[in-house]
Design a protein around this ligand. Structure first.
Ligand code: CA
Length: 227
């Protein structure tokens, strides 16, 4: 899941971005409204964390413009003041939820996960492909009865694949949803992660699920049960 964190306080932005990355999100940071709108136009985000008080175009205005451009985008508004007026303004402006600053980083992650689970294009909490299960809330993976230990990044890549079972995903698609803007398109980092995932997901004696489609990308499918 890829996020845009819009926050003008650089220290708060750095702390929150690091925490979100450790929680498995790919995170880009924008320090003002114009930057946020520009990033939003070029990158596919799953959700936006938007500070209400921003220099230049304020958070409410940014929120309305994001909502106009993409009605389905999940927006979590962060407000410094817990006033009813601010909350109403935020929700009227198109935010899906709000969080009061200063917030606990654990609460930020919990709110985001709740937001990303909400129906509309309903994102399920536990993904299943064949006998492979990924619990995005508990951050666990298992194939049948076998538990699979994954790093944060391996988890993010597998989550992208599991949201599109049976489809060939290009490296570009995977990088857009599991990496932030520091991704280097010339590196072979995705192939490296796929290699690691394949060793973990497809153990000896199990039907292979993760395929490389030459010149196209990767496909995860679980049509057959193991054995
Ligand atoms: Ca601010």
């Amino acid at each position: 899941m890829r996020l845009l964190l819009v926050e003008d306080d650089p220290r708060m932005a750095a702390t929150a971005a690091q925490y979100l990355r450790n929680s498995g999100f790919a995170v880009d940071v924008a320090a003002d409204g114009n930057t946020a709108l520009r990033e939003f136009a070029i990158n596919p985000y799953d959700a936006i964390v938007l500070d209400l008080g921003l220099p230049g175009i304020d958070g409410l205005d940014v929120c309305r413009r994001l909502r106009d451009r993409e009605p389905g985008i999940r927006i979590l508004m962060a407000t410094a003041r817990d006033s009813v007026e601010d909350r109403i303004a935020g929700l009227d402006g198109g935010a899906d939820d709000y969080i009061v600053k200063p917030y606990a980083l654990g609460e930020l992650v919990a709110r985001l996960r709740a937001l990303l689970r909400r129906p509309a294009e309903s994102l399920p909490e536990v993904l299943q492909v064949g006998d492979l299960l990924l619990d995005t809330a508990k951050r666990t993976a298992r194939r049948g009865a076998r538990f699979i230990s994954l790093t944060t990044k391996e988890f993010a890549v597998l989550e992208v694949l599991m949201r599109h079972p049976g489809h060939v995903l290009t490296r570009e698609h995977i990088s857009e949803h599991a990496w932030d803007q520091n991704y280097d398109p010339l590196s072979n980092v995705i192939d490296v992660y796929i290699g690691r995932l394949r060793r973990k997901v497809d153990a000896a004696g199990e039907a292979p699920m993760l395929e490389t489609i030459r010149g196209a990308g990767y496909r995860l499918s679980g049509k057959r049960d193991a054995g």
